[in-house]
Design a protein around this ligand. Structure first.
Ligand SMILES: Nc1ncnc2c1ncn2[C@@H]1O[C@H](COP(=O)(O)OP(=O)(O)OP(=O)(O)O)[C@@H](O)[C@H]1O
Ligand code: SF4
Ligand SMILES: [Mg+2]
Length: 399
C-alpha cells in the first residue's frame, strides 16, 4: 500500500459515502444556512404583529389541533435534516392521539413544533400550518405566530410531559416553588396563596398521599414515579386543553407505568382535554389511544383509529411494527425485527423511504413517492401496493 493510500476513505458497509463534504462545501452550506435562518428568526422575533397575520380557521371545529403539511428542518453544517417533511393529522377534542415510529422519525420534533420549542436557530418550521383552537374559540396558526404571543399559550393551554422528569424539574427549587411558579405565570390574578392552594389541589388529583411533605421536597428526594406524577400535576395546573406526553412512562418500571397511564387517562376525562401521546410502546398505544399516527423518516406512512391500525394494518412498516411487538402466544422465541435502517435524513430519496427494507418492494417503489390511499374516512396509508401502477405490477407479478 502506497503512503497516500493509507489516508483514502474506505467504503464502509451501510454508510452513505456521498455524504463526505469538502471544507469548501461545508463553508458554502453554512453561509447559505445563515441567510435562511436569519430570515426565519427575524419573522419570529417581530413585536406587535397584527393578530390577523396568524389568525386562521379550523378545517373541523371539533379538533383542537390540525397539523397541515408541516415541514420542520434543521439547517446543519453538513446539510438540511428534513426532520418533519409534510406531516398532516388532527387531534380531536377529548381524544388521545398516539404517535409511533422508530427512533429519529420526527415524533418529538412534530410535538416541539407545536410548542414552538424546536431547537433554534438551526431548527425552523419552514412550511405548513399548525392550527390551534383556543378556549375562547379563536384559531391560531402556531407556525406563523410570533414568539411573544406563543408565551401566552405554552404551558397554559398546551402543556408537555417529558420522558425524564429529572431533566425538566429544576434540582435547586422545591417542588412547591416550581409548581406555584407555573400558576403565578399563567393564571390571571393569582396570588402566592391561591397558587399554593392550586398546587396542593393538583398534587392531590394525581394521587400523591403526603401532599404537604412532597410540596416541600426537592426533586431528588422523590422516586421516578413520584416525579412523573409531579410533572403531570404541573402540566394540569392551568387546565390545559391539550397535553403532549413524549414517552411519559419509558423511564418507569411496569407497575408504575400502568399507574401513570391510568392517571393520564383519568385526568384527561376530568378536564375533557386531549392528549398527544408519543411512544415506542405499541402496548401503551393499544391501551390508551383513540387514533394512531405511524411516522417513518419524517413522514406519516399510515394513520387510523386504534382498531384499524391494530386489526388491519396496511403499510408494510406498520405490519412489521405489529409483528415486532411481544405477544404471549408466539411459537417462535425470537422477536421479529424489521431489517435494515432508515435512510440518511440529509439525503432522502424521492421514492418510498421504506424501499430498502420492504419485502414487497416493486419497480415503482424506487421511482415515485407513494400517495396516501384512503381505506376508510379515518384510515389511510402511503404505499404503492394499493393503487395505480403498483397494483398493476403486482397483478403482472402473479400472472
Ligand atoms: N437539534 C437538532 N439538530 C439536528 N438534527 C436534529 C436535532 N433534533 C432532532 N434532529 C433530527 O431530527 C430527526 C427527528 O428527531 P426526533 O427527535 O423528532 O425523533 P423521535 O422520533 O422523537 O426519536 P426518539 O424516538 O428517539 O425520541 C432525527 O433525524 C434527528 O437526528
Ligand atoms: S411503497 Fe413499495 S417499498 Fe414502499 S412500503 Fe409500499 S410496497 Fe414497500
Ligand atoms: Mg423523541
Amino acid at each position: 500500500m502506497g503512503f497516500f493510500d493509507r489516508f483514502k476513505v474506505k467504503k464502509v458497509e451501510g454508510v452513505d459515502d456521498t455524504m463526505y463534504l469538502t471544507l469548501r462545501e461545508e463553508r458554502q452550506i453554512t453561509k447559505e444556512n445563515t441567510k435562511i435562518i436569519r430570515e426565519f428568526e427575524r419573522q419570529k422575533n417581530r413585536k406587535n404583529v397584527k393578530e390577523e397575520e396568524y389568525l386562521t380557521q379550523m378545517k373541523d371545529p371539533s379538533n383542537v389541533v390540525e397539523f397541515d403539511n408541516l415541514h420542520t428542518y434543521f439547517f446543519t453544517e453538513i446539510g438540511t435534516v428534513k426532520a418533519v417533511n409534510g406531516v398532516s393529522f388532527d387531534i380531536p377534542q377529548g381524544k388521545i392521539v398516539g404517535v409511533v415510529g422508530e427512533s429519529g422519525c420526527g415524533k418529538s420534533v412534530t410535538s416541539l413544533s407545536l410548542m414552538q420549542l424546536v431547537q433554534a436557530p438551526q431548527g425552523q418550521i419552514v412550511d405548513g400550518s399548525i392550527r390551534y383552537l383556543d378556549s375562547s374559540g379563536k384559531c391560531y396558526d402556531i407556525a406563523k405566530m410570533p414568539k411573544d404571543k406563543m408565551l401566552e399559550i405554552r404551558g397554559k393551554e398546551i402543556s408537555m410531559i417529558f420522558q425524564e422528569p429529572m431533566t425538566s424539574l429544576n434540582p435547586v427549587f422545591k417542588i412547591g416553588e416550581q409548581m406555584d411558579e407555573v400558576v403565578l405565570l399563567h393564571v390571571d390574578g393569582a396570588t402566592p396563596e391561591s397558587a399554593k392552594a392550586r398546587s396542593i389541589e393538583m398534587l392531590n388529583l394525581v394521587g400523591i398521599a403526603d401532599v404537604e411533605k412532597i410540596y416541600n421536597n426537592y426533586p431528588h428526594e422523590l422516586s421516578g414515579g413520584m416525579r412523573q406524577r409531579v410533572m403531570i400535576a404541573m402540566a394540569l395546573a392551568c387546565d390545559p386543553r391539550l397535553i403532549i406526553a413524549d414517552e411519559p412512562t419509558t423511564a418507569l418500571d411496569v407497575t408504575i407505568q400502568a399507574q401513570i397511564l391510568e392517571l393520564l387517562q383519568n385526568v384527561k376525562d376530568k378536564i375533557n382535554g386531549s392528549i398527544m401521546l408519543i411512544t415506542h410502546d405499541l402496548g401503551v398505544i393499544a391501551e390508551m389511544a383513540d387514533l394512531v399516527v405511524v411516522m417513518y423518516a419524517g413522514r406519516i406512512i399510515e394513520k387510523g383509529t386504534v382498531h384499524e391500525i391494530f386489526k388491519n394494518p396496511k403499510h408494510p412498516y406498520t405490519i412489521g411494527l405489529m409483528k415486532s411487538k411481544p405477544s404471549g402466544d408466539t411459537q417462535d422465541d425470537r422477536l421479529y425485527s424489521i431489517k435494515g435502517q432508515v435512510p440518511n435524513p440529509i439525503n432522502m430519496p424521492d421514492y418510498c423511504y421504506f424501499c430498502n427494507r420492504c419485502d414487497h418492494a416493486m419497480k415503482i417503489c424506487s421511482e415515485e413517492y407513494p400517495e396516501l390511499v384512503e381505506f376508510s374516512p379515518t384510515h389511510m396509508a402511503a404505499c404503492h401496493l394499493y393503487y395505480g401502477k403498483g397494483l398493476l405490477e403486482q397483478k403482472k407479478g402473479k400472472e
